[in-house]
Each structure stands twice: as C-alpha cells, then as structure tokens.
Ligand binder design. Structure first.
Ligand code: AMP
Length: 411
C-alpha cells in the first residue's frame, strides 16, 4: 500500500493573529538525506478580539475559505486556534499531521536550537514570558491547546533567538553589573528564523556574497538588523527583549533608560510603561496616525513624514553599527513586509548610506522590488529577498520528526 507523505503543521501565533501552514514531507531521495517540506495550504485568523477573519488558501493561492466571525466567537487566541484546527481537520482527515512546529519568540539562554516540547521545556518557556510579553504567551497558548487535544502529538519549538546563540560575549553584554549577565539578563537577538532563511537563500542566489560580511534588515511590524559573516549571525540590533534597536510599528526601539525612569517617576506603573513601549510607540506613537507603513506613506500628515524619516535614519545608523562589528560590508539585504515591498523606505535608508558605503541604487530596479536594486557599479550591492520564517520552522520540525520516527523504529 502507498502511504501518503507525512503532514506537519507550522503554527505562528502573533499578537493579534494565528497563522497555520500545512506542509507535506516527501521521502528524502537518499534515505537519511535532507528533508524538504513542501507547503500545501495556509490558514490564518487575523483581528483576534477586534474583527476576526479566517482565510484559508492552497499553496498555489486557490482560496478555500474566507469568513468573518462575530467577536464573541473568536475573542482570544485559544478560540482562534481551535477554529483553525477544526477547519484544517476537515481537509486533513485522511492524512492527519504527525508533528506540529511552533514559532516561539524567546528561547533564553537554554535553547540554542529547535527542541521537542515536553513539560520541562514548557516550564522554561513559561519563565521567559516577562521577556517577550507580547508574543510568548500566545505561542504557549497554541502549544497548550494542542497538548490538550492531542497529548501524543510531537510538538517542536523553533526560536527567534536560537540563530543568534553563537554571539561573542561582546555582542551579549549590557552595561549592567555582571551578576545580571550571569542570571541571563543579556542581549539575545530576535527574528532569527527570518535571518536563518535569508542566510540560506543568499547562498542560493549569491554564493559569493553569502560568504562575506552581510547586514540583513528585517523590516516588518517588528524590525531589526543582523550582521552575518559567512552565513552566521555575529550580532543583531535587538537585545534582551524585542524592544531594542530601531523603532518599529508600535515598539520604541532603543531609548535612553533614563526616559523609562522618568516615566516611572511620573507615576506610571510597570505594566503601563510596558504597554506603551510595546504597543503605543514607534511609527504609531511618533506619527499619531498609524503603525502601518502603507498608511504612513499615503498620509499627508507632517508627523507621518517625521516618523518615516526617523525610521530610515535609525535603520541606516544600525547598518553602520553592524558594519563596524563586521569590519566592513559586502552586501545589504532588505526583507519582511516593509523591506521587501517599500521602495520608498529602502531608498530613504540607502540615501543615508551612499556617502559611507558608495551604495548606488538603481531606481527602476528598486521600484520593481527586483532581487538586486543597485547599479552594477555600486560599491556595495543591495538585495531584496522575501523571507520565509515558517519554512524554517517546517524544516526543523521535519528533521526532529524524522529523528523521532527513527528512534521509534529502533526501539
Ligand atoms: P510584516 O510584519 O513582515 O508582515 O510587515 C508588515 C509591514 O509591512 C506593515 O507596516 C505594512 O504596512 C508593510 N508593508 C507591506 N506591504 C507594503 C508596501 N507595499 N509598501 C510599504 N509597506 C508595506
């Protein structure tokens, strides 16, 4: 009898959305060779707790479902996840998933690669919630919902911090008393799944550059930059939490800690300050208009312009900082929602870098979001590469699934 290829699910639970992707894992061509999961369908619920909308489509873009739900029906992440599972279980009845991979934002000092989830792992991830209050609780909600419904199912956690685990101590230190470093209060870095994907992709599209000193700018709702040398992360702009570095959609980026002290001295509580730094700052707080770059670009409000100017200025500064870490720069790569789709933001950032790095944008290529957006004569090439964080989660999950199957067979 012919068995269908195993199916795995990838879950990406964000602050107001839950995304679930279905992958099939074909048999490796040579026994224990590398796995290449293939995306077959994708479902997501956006607007949780505000205006829930479920969409499901096949990998080729064919729509399967598009439905809006009353708020009460999808009031939280737990309900959203249950609903997606229900919809997918109909389509996957004949080939239920054998493993689920989760994007988990913080792995702390303990987790430097993807792991199978058990009680001990879950407890350690729970302890990291204060360091990623906007994301970690939702990641863990999805894990718990699966454990409840299918306790035997293999679950894998893939961390946004893990790709940065090899950073030198210089890239990890904060200027606080050393005892805090020993307690894990150090710079970790995030968006690691995205950077891992870009490092792989760069090896495919520009192997010569991939060996060199590359800065990747992941500019989405969250935003950070990463210094890669020979495809490995050397440093990144985010730190202990996903607040550090450049300003983002609603997060502040680096601020003088004195400003946070001042807020506390004005009588703001820690939870109020936290909500402001994570949800009311960055592009949203500066512009007073929106956290969404498309809205800001279309706005005539002077403060929308101010916010974009500051965003580009700070992003460019971070490129310079990471180039110092790398001892030079061989390529700059833009990725994520803004990085891959906004010619205006890329042009503004690159304008700051022309003097120092001799970057010469090709305006036509930039406007078309082409893979290489600099002229041939540009001292440093600039590339645009869409990211695929879920693909990296699928890959790690498929590997651990294979491992688990092999162990079971050997037992
Ligand atoms: P992400 O978190 O990667 O999905 O990125 C979301 C951000 O990308 C939002 O600020 C969007 O406004 C922005 N974005 C997506 N498409 C475009 C576009 N064509 N031009 C400018 N910004 C965009």
């Amino acid at each position: 009898m012919n068995h269908p290829s195993p199916t795995i699910l990838v879950v990406n639970a964000g602050s107001s959305s839950v995304k679930v992707s279905v992958y099939t894992v074909p048999e490796a061509a040579h026994g224990d060779g590398d796995v290449n999961p293939e995306l077959s369908a994708h479902g997501q619920i956006e607007g949780i707790g505000v205006a829930p909308r479920l969409t499901v489509h096949m990998a080729d873009g064919r729509p399967v479902a598009d439905e809006r739900f009353p708020l009460a029906q999808v009031a939280d992440h737990d309900a959203a996840f249950r609903l997606i599972r229900l919809v997918l279980s109909i389509g996957l009845r004949d080939n239920p998933p054998v493993a689920i991979g989760h994007r988990v934002v913080h792995g702390g000092a303990d987790f430097t690669e993807a792991v199978r989830i058990d009680d001990e792992v879950l407890a350690k991830l729970e302890a990291l919630v204060p360091l990623a209050p906007l994301h970690q609780p939702h990641n863990l909600t999805a894990i718990r919902a699966v454990r409840e419904a299918a306790p035997e199912l293999l679950q894998v956690a893939c961390f946004d911090t893990a790709f940065h685990a090899g950073h030198d101590v210089m890239a990890q230190l904060l200027g606080l008393p050393y005892r805090y470093f020993e307690q894990g209060i150090r710079r970790y870095g995030f968006h690691g799944l995205s950077y891992e994907y870009i490092a792989r992709r760069l090896r495919q599209v520009a192997p010569d550059l991939a060996e060199g000193r590359v800065v990747v700018a992941h500019l989405g709702n969250g935003a950070s930059l990463c210094a890669l040398r020979d495809g490995r992360s050397i440093d990144s702009t985010m730190g202990l939490t996903a607040l550090d570095g450049m300003p983002m959609g609603t997060r502040c980026g680096a601020v003088d800690p004195g400003a946070v002290l001042w807020l506390a001295q004005q009588g703001m509580r820690a939870d109020e300050i936290q909500a402001m730094l994570y949800q009311e700052s960055g592009l949203k707080g500066l512009s007073g208009v929106s956290s969404d770059m498309r809205v800001l670009q279309a706005s005539a409000e002077p403060r929308a312009r101010l916010a974009i100017d500051f965003y580009a200025y700070r992003a460019a500064q971070e490129v310079g900082k990471l180039a110092v870490t790398l001892g030079g720069l061989d390529a700059l790569v833009f990725t994520a929602g803004i990085g891959a789709n906004s010619p205006e933001v890329r042009a503004r950032i690159c304008a700051h870098l022309t003097g120092l790095f001799g970057i010469e944008l090709d305006p036509g290529a930039n406007d078309d979001n082409r893979q290489r957006i600099t002229h041939d004569g540009s001292r440093i090439p600039v590339l645009v590469l869409p990211t695929d964080e879920e693909g990296i989660v699928a890959l790690s999950t498929a590997r651990l699934m294979r491992e688990a199957m092999a162990q079971k067979a050997a037992a």
